[in-house]
Design a protein around this ligand. Structure first.
Ligand code: SF4
Length: 270
């Protein structure tokens, strides 16, 4: 493993789901030409549309007029998501907005990075992390709550977000995370944060990073359901047929899909 290694919610989640997947993806950097879920064409199209939707929202938040952005929403999915986005009231009009924000913090001899779709900061100091999701199926809140993304995004903002808060670290209670589902606009998932959770999350992130960096045996997951939605399943001899998209708890999101080049991201001091 390269040192320092840039951990992210995706790599921590990959290790939690299957240590072998972590090894193949981040250490061996093995590209494997298999699809993650069926139907292939629809899945790929949806992933591309999801990336474009993120760009449209970002452009709009950066000040491009909605009617200009709307011209780019030129497929039925994009058109629907865009209309849902415009109609949504997320209560962030007066907030200071940081789009595509990257935060980083040291993690032992490694580091932790996260790229946020949007962090909206109220004048009074509340920080709302918003993540746009274009999933075809709305995941259960309990499932999202346990994902590394939910834990990492809130913890990293508490740990490394002081420059967004006049030089003072955010108290965990000021932080909230909201997943906004483009196909379920009236059912966002909100996760408040507490100091007790932060006290658990940060050491848990450090522990996971330490465990991964000293791991010798990147074993295959025993939960073979994971393999049905994994690109490496033929490499691992865990089947050739991709799982159906509507059976997955949620679609895969790779870091590559959102152009995060962590090696080019400067460390932000905290
Ligand atoms: S196919 Fe299964 S065992 Fe192989 S990397 Fe993917 S999840 Fe792990």
């Amino acid at each position: 493993m390269t040192k320092p290694f840039s951990f992210s919610q995706s790599s921590l989640q990959d290790y939690a789901d299957c240590p072998r997947r972590f090894r193949l993806r981040y250490i061996d950097q093995l590209s494997w030409p298999a699809v993650e879920s069926e139907p292939v064409v629809e899945n790929e199209r949806r992933q591309q549309e999801g990336q474009l939707f993120h760009r449209l929202v970002q452009q709009h938040l950066l000040g491009l007029p909605a009617d200009k952005v709307a011209r780019l929403a030129n497929t039925p999915n994009l058109e629907r998501w865009w209309e849902n986005y415009l109609a949504a009231d997320l209560g962030i009009y007066g907030d200071t907005k940081f789009t595509e924000l990257t935060l980083s913090a040291p993690l032992g001899e490694h580091r932790l990075l996260a790229k946020y779709d949007l962090v909206a900061i109220e004048p009074g100091g509340k920080a709302l992390i918003i993540d746009w999701k274009t999933y075809a199926k709305r995941p259960r809140d309990e499932w999202m709550s346990a994902r590394w993304q939910t834990r990492v995004y809130r913890a990293l903002l508490a740990q490394a977000g002081s420059h967004l808060n006049g030089g003072k670290p955010f108290a965990a209670e000021q932080i909230e995370m909201l997943y906004w589902y483009a196909d379920f606009p009236s059912e966002p998932a909100r996760f408040k944060y507490t100091s007790a959770q932060f006290k658990r999350d940060w050491p848990a992130i450090e522990k996971a990073a330490g465990e991964i960096s000293s791991a010798k045996d990147f074993r295959m997951t025993e939960d073979e359901k994971m393999c049905r939605f994994c690109v490496y399943r033929s490499y691992c001899d865990r089947g050739t047929q991709a799982g159906a998209m509507d059976e997955a708890e949620t679609e895969m999101e790779s870091e590559a899909a959102f152009d995060v080049n962590f090696e080019q991201v400067g460390e932000i001091e905290f």
